[in-house]
Design a protein around this ligand. Structure first.
Ligand SMILES: Nc1ncnc2c1ncn2[C@@H]1O[C@H](COP(=O)(O)OP(=O)(O)OP(=O)(O)O)[C@@H](O)[C@H]1O
Ligand SMILES: [Mg+2]
Length: 255
């Protein structure tokens, strides 16, 4: 079943055409990697899907409904969540509080009818569950500002998962992480519910190989290839783009 679809997406910043006629369909439970060189338009694509930035042209459909005109929070209520390339946490709050806020924000919309006391208990319990699942229980009382960079990225993932999204957009979740943190994060993502649809922007091809069952390659704002990982890797145009780049360019320079 089709969960997310983008149709003829274009984004211009003045004369700069950042996205040109981008189209693809993502079925329920799919794990799709979005790859492409720096500046290809990957983050912009997420900004259009999540509603942070208005489209210049084209449409975004979630569960078959046209959401192109909706605000980010309206898309979130419909089951869309994302992480950002840069941390998007409340640095003055601790780990537990950051996750709890996200759980609460979601529950106050979806479970308005539940009695207050039960809701309070439910929110704390759900928060503890998420922390345990993501291996953050030991850090629950640590202010977000005192976490390592990698731990902050993991917390950001926890915050996104807290809303129990149907579609999750991850923008370079392992960027700047140590190999151990990257491994842990890959495990976390792989352990998310199978029916959760995930789009992941990622430069690390080992991470892509471990997670993705489909790949979309963006190049200068256009879809260069789209398909199964082995098909995409064998695509002559993709090989040309990646082999034509210097090692340092093909791999992300980091935040
Ligand atoms: N608000 C903006 N105003 C003007 N240009 C922008 C804006 N946002 C992005 N761009 C430009 O759009 C192009 C695509 O940027 P985008 O951040 O989507 O690339 P990306 O594929 O995510 O790159 P990276 O791998 O470095 O994160 C770049 O040339 C960027 O400079
Ligand atoms: Mg980006």
């Amino acid at each position: 079943m089709e969960t997310l679809k983008v149709e003829g997406l274009c984004k211009n910043y003045g004369a700069l055409k950042v996205l040109r006629q981008v189209e693809f369909t993502v079925r329920k439970g799919e794990r799709r990697a979005i790859i492409g060189p720096n500046g290809a338009g990957k983050t912009t694509l997420f900004n259009l899907i999540s509603g942070e930035v208005p489209v210049s042209q084209g449409k975004v459909f979630l569960h078959g409904q046209d959401i192109t005109g909706l605000k980010p929070y309206q898309r979130s209520v419909r089951g869309l969540a994302r992480t950002f390339q840069k941390n998007n946490l409340f640095l003055g709050l601790n780990v537990f509080q950051n996750v709890r806020l996200a759980v609460q924000a979601h529950q106050s919309v979806s479970h308005r009818f539940i009695a207050k006391y039960h809701r309070f208990q439910g929110i704390n319990q759900k928060t503890e569950e998420i922390l345990a699942h993501l291996g953050l229980t030991e850090k629950r009382d640590v202010p977000a500002s005192d976490l390592s960079y990698g731990e902050q990225r993991q917390l950001e993932l926890a915050v996104a998962v807290a809303t129990n999204p149907q579609v999750l957009l991850l923008d370079e979740p392992t960027a700047g992480m140590s190999p151990a943190e990257t491994f842990r994060t890959v495990e976390l993502i792989a352990s998310l519910p199978k029916d959760m649809t995930i789009l992941i922007i990622e430069h690390d091809m080992d991470v892509v190989a471990a997670i993705a069952d489909r790949m979309t390659v963006l190049h200068y704002g256009e879809v260069l290839a789209d398909g199964l990982p082995h098909e995409v890797k064998a695509n002559p145009r993709v090989m040309e783009v990646y082999l034509g780049l210097e090692e340092g360019e093909a791999h992300h320079a980091g935040a």
